[in-house]
Design a binder for this molecule. Structure first.
Ligand code: FMN
Ligand code: EPS
Length: 375
């Protein structure tokens, strides 16, 4: 069984990740993991925190001589900002100030009631998307595993605010989408997006957007139709929805398909030595099972909740009408979220790959995989 846990506060000493179930004999490419961490920190519209952090992986267990041993992997990422927060984050000494004015849209309000916390920082530190740095480190290991089977993961931005990039993807274009600071395919749109982010920042507001996730060279047969909790689409959407700020997910052309007739939507099946489709409205999944086409998912992120000109809230101590708490924040973080989305997609696909082809060493899994593929 493959599983992971993360721990760590946004302004604490750092983030920890423990991954259990990674097979032995996998080469761990530390440069690749660090490159993925860097990709997550990019994008126009991020706040000053990204100038302080320069995320790097520190491997504490599970790897010897660059190769996994089959033991649990432990990862650590330092928070460089911790030194500026020691007084506010001290583990033993009592903390003087409390945050009591919840930000609409963040976890502050519901979290403080659920956990009976008078200081909202006890909630916001862990609900923060700082945690996604560790999810990218862990997801990069999943990407390294997928590469062993020729499976690749991509993403690009499809909208920021009301600026929508309608361009249809081609894989080569996606490969260069990292060259654009906003990770859009239509480079003409980038300038407009940057101007919109600047204007939104000026008026103290924030933006969301959407991004597309893509997995290529997927074998037929990941997931199952046979039980509700084995369906690949349900597992993928659940996992992607766990990413901070994501509020809607579309598989293939799901939204437009619902407005269309069946004969225009379902992807006809052809055979020429192997099965193929001319369209992929299903986004690579039928009946909860991968059908061999690219997996295509779109995720929609709401605007960042922390506003420089805050919304109305209630002081949870005095119950008075107040403006919500102000916290240093991003104006737009959709490009970063798309990189985390890639990691989540990669992880979920590896989970499914191991359910179908599982083994204790990467060699054993490869034998099972190619035995199935070649039959
Ligand atoms: C990469 C990334 C950066 C984010 N930066 C901020 C931020 O600076 N300020 C903020 O209030 N929310 C930020 N968010 C969004 C919040 O973490 C998220 O809205 C909050 O945890 C509530 O969860 P929910 O939106 O899923 O309901 C960010 C999200 C991501 C993925
Ligand atoms: C730290 C990261 O993102 C943070 C996510 C976040 C939130 O509320 O989700 C709030 C901000 O934290 P701070 O107030 O420290 O600037 C972001 O910077 C990161 O992506 O590494």
């Amino acid at each position: 069984m493959l599983r992971f846990l993360t721990a760590g506060e946004s302004h604490g000493k750092g983030l920890i990740g423990i991954i259990d179930g990674i097979p032995s004999n996998l080469k761990i490419d530390i440069d690749f993991i660090n490159m993925e961490l860097k990709r997550r920190q990019k994008g126009y519209g991020r706040g000053n925190r990204m100038k302080i952090e320069s995320d790097e992986i520190n491997i504490l267990s599970g790897v010897r001589g660059g190769i996994t041993t089959g033991s649990p992997l432990t990862f650590f990422i330092e928070n460089k900002d911790y030194k500026n927060w020691i007084d506010k984050m001290h583990i033993e000494k009592s903390i003087k100030e409390s945050i009591t004015k919840p930000r609409p849209g963040h976890a502050d309000f519901a979290g403080s009631i659920k956990y009976n916390q008078k200081d909202l920082r006890n909630i916001l530190e862990r609900s923060s998307a700082r945690e996604t740095a560790m999810r990218v480190a862990i997801g990069s290991v999943a990407k390294l595993i997928l590469k062993q089977f020729g499976i690749n993961i991509y993403s690009y931005i499809t909208s920021i605010g009301n600026l929508v990039d309608e361009q249809k993807y081609d894989i080569n274009k996606i490969k260069t989408s990292d060259d654009s600071i906003m990770r859009v395919l239509n480079k003409g749109l980038e300038e407009k997006i940057i101007r919109m982010i600047d204007k939104t920042k000026e008026v103290g507001d924030t933006l969301g957007g959407s991004f597309k996730l893509l997995a290529t060279n997927i074998p037929i047969g990941l997931g199952s139709h046979a039980q509700w909790d084995k369906k690949l689409d349900s597992k993928l959407t659940g996992a992607i929805m766990s990413l901070q700020g994501i509020k809607a997910i579309e598989i293939g052309t799901g939204i437009n398909s619902s407005k269309n007739v069946g004969s225009n939507v379902h992807d006809e099946i052809f055979y020429n030595g192997s099965y193929y489709r001319k369209t992929n409205n299903a986004g690579g999944i039928e009946g909860g099972i991968s059908n061999g086409e690219n997996i295509e998912i779109k995720a929609y992120m709401k605007p960042i909740p922390s506003l420089r000109i805050p919304l109305q809230s209630v002081d949870m101590d005095t119950k008075e009408k107040v403006s919500a708490h102000k916290e240093r924040a991003d104006v737009c973080a959709v490009p970063s979220a798309s990189i985390v989305g890639e990691s989540i997609l990669a992880w979920t696909l590896v989970e499914e790959l191991f359910i179908k082809f599982g083994g204790d060493s990467i060699d054993e899994i490869k034998v099972n995989y190619y035995n199935y593929i070649n039959n």
